[in-house]
Design a protein around this ligand. Structure first.
Ligand code: ADP
Length: 499
């Protein structure tokens, strides 16, 4: 791998941390308990800042502020156009601050700065513009019911939404949830991941500068079993949206049902197949399969983590996939030209290395990588396994790291059966020039997204979500919007027969 020297001499980020408190009712405030927790730099494990640690009492305060902003206004009582304009102004402000925001994101998360600044923050901006555009276009229907009644539907916000996000795409997932929730007229309490609390605080302040009234969006940093669980089980939260692991998704759904039966959108884990058919251009397929897995240090719920290659091109594919991984540029994410930074934290780092050992022990062929990189922080060599069998742990579990698992298939029926033989169903990649093959696979795969000859295309308008245990409901696009709206039927008798 290409390892620029900067790994052991981390570049100092050119920004200072202004906000570490909770954001409740438009004010930065300490946690009621006065407690803080450290957020760490994945490049070194050093503390970046101590952040207020919210728990149940703070969640209560935040929900109360959101409740008031919903019930008494101003948020749902502003005109939709006014809400839309505030969101557009926020998007403009965010765009103007791309450098600072991307710097925070890289510092707290470890992702390459260029990826944050050139791909992710622009997508966050785009997402807010997309949903700002929807805010004043939400309308109901008139319904041709039997009998002498005029029937119409009102599409209304739920009220207070609870939004729980993970650490792998802190701001992108902020936009997937805050954007549609607010566009529909809901208010929100956001619980960020304990690994990455910083960027959400920074941008939420910008949102208030853009005119967001106090209480509409509250941000609580803190841990899952305390702050997260308090939000999921809160009796005054009317809708919950969660992104994270399948195991935690089950807990959150349980808390929602045991409390007030709030509806829940879940976006959970995956073990997505990337299927390379016999007619594929091998060089292109290798490149795409590589980025499908290694993007964001392999920390994507939809990572193409099972690379299934037709036997006729398998050997050539493996050689080239190995060569590509060996060329991957790993290093300090603040350096330009870096493709891969460190993993998020020590826990994930150790878990990934354990999976790598399990791959070796279970008999998969280690083609490249397999070790940590450098002596500090959480860097892992881009790792490629070939000869991976379906019953191996590395083929079954979500590794969430830079570990590509390649295996061979003979025909379409077999690959369909194997691709679907998992409790996950988030996404799949299909690489073929043959339309019939593409159509056959697309219809057979039990997943929420099929990318044909592409991967990780995340436009604001494209719905995203999982089949099976990868989740329920959809985010982004019009489907993401409707998950923050409930429908009210309004029935009025007609005096005279309609004509
Ligand atoms: P990961 O394994 O990627 O850290 P998690 O699903 O544990 O994923 O975390 C995703 C989000 O869920 C984080 O914000 C985390 O704090 C939160 N979380 C974790 N445990 C719980 C819980 N018991 N209740 C509510 N939220 C939780």
């Amino acid at each position: 791998f290409s390892t620029p020297a900067a790994i052991d001499e981390p570049i100092s980020p050119s920004i200072q941390i202004d906000h570490t408190e909770l954001l409740i009712n438009g004010q930065f405030v300490d946690a009621a308990s006065g407690k803080t927790f450290p957020t760490l730099d994945p490049r070194t494990g050093d503390v970046i800042a101590h952040v207020a640690e919210g728990d149940a009492e703070d969640v209560n305060r935040a929900v109360a502020a959101a409740r008031k902003a919903f019930d008494e206004g101003p948020w749902p009582k502003l005109t939709a156009y006014e809400r839309s304009r505030i969101m557009f102004r926020f998007a403009d402000l965010l765009e103007k601050h791309t450098e600072e925001v991307a710097t925070l994101e890289t510092w707290d998360n470890g992702k390459p700065y260029e990826q944050a600044a050139k791909i992710e923050i622009p997508k966050v901006v785009r997402m807010f513009r997309y949903y700002a555009g929807w805010a004043d276009k939400i309308h109901g229907l008139t319904v041709p019911a039997d009998g002498q009644h005029h029937v119409q539907t009102l599409h209304e916000p739920y009220g207070v939404t609870g939004l729980i996000i993970p650490w792998n795409f802190p701001l992108l997932l902020y936009s997937w949830k805050v954007g549609p929730a607010l566009a529909c007229g809901n208010t929100a309490v956001l619980k960020t991941a304990e690994q990455t609390p910083l960027s959400a605080l920074y941008v939420s302040k910008l949102f208030h500068e853009a005119g967001l009234p106090p209480g509409v969006l509250n941000v609580v940093s803190g841990f899952g079993p305390t702050a997260g669980a308090a939000l999921a089980s809160h009796m005054d939260v009317n809708k919950l949206s969660f992104t994270g692991s399948t195991a935690t998704g089950k807990i959150v759904l349980g808390l929602a049902s045991k409390s007030n039966l709030k509806p829940v959108t879940l976006e959970l884990g995956g073990k997505s197949p990337f299927i390379v058919c016999k007619d594929a251009d091998v060089d292109k397929a290798v490149e795409l399969a590589h980025s499908a897995l290694f993007f964001n240090q392999g920390q994507c719920c939809c990572a193409g983590s099972r690379t299934l290659v037709h036997e006729s091109i398998y050997d050539e594919f493996v050689e080239k996939a190995k060569a590509r991984a060996l060329k991957r540029v790993v290093g300090d994410p603040f350096q330009m030209g870096i493709e891969q930074g460190p993993q998020i934290d020590d826990e994930q780092f150790k878990k990934i290395l354990k999976y790598i050992r399990s791959g070796i022990e279970s008999g998969a062929t280690l083609e490249s990588g397999g070790e940590r990189l450098g002596s500090r922080g959480y860097y892992i060599q881009p790792t490629v396994f070939s000869n991976v069998q379906d019953d191996m742990l590395i083929a079954k579990d979500e590794i969430f790291g830079p570990v590509q698992s390649i295996s061979k298939f003979k025909d379409l029926d077999e690959v369909i059966q194997r691709a679907n033989a998992t409790s996950y169903g988030l996404a799949a990649g299909v690489f073929t020039q043959n339309l019939e093959t593409a159509n056959t696979l697309t219809r057979a795969l039990r997943v929420g997204t099929v990318w044909i000859n592409c991967y990780d295309i995340f436009d604001a308008a494209i719905p995203f979500g999982g089949f099976k245990m990868s989740g329920q409901g959809r985010e982004k696009g019009i489907h993401g919007l409707s998950s923050y709206l409930q429908v009210k039927a309004v029935v009025t008798p007609l005096k005279d027969p309609a004509w």
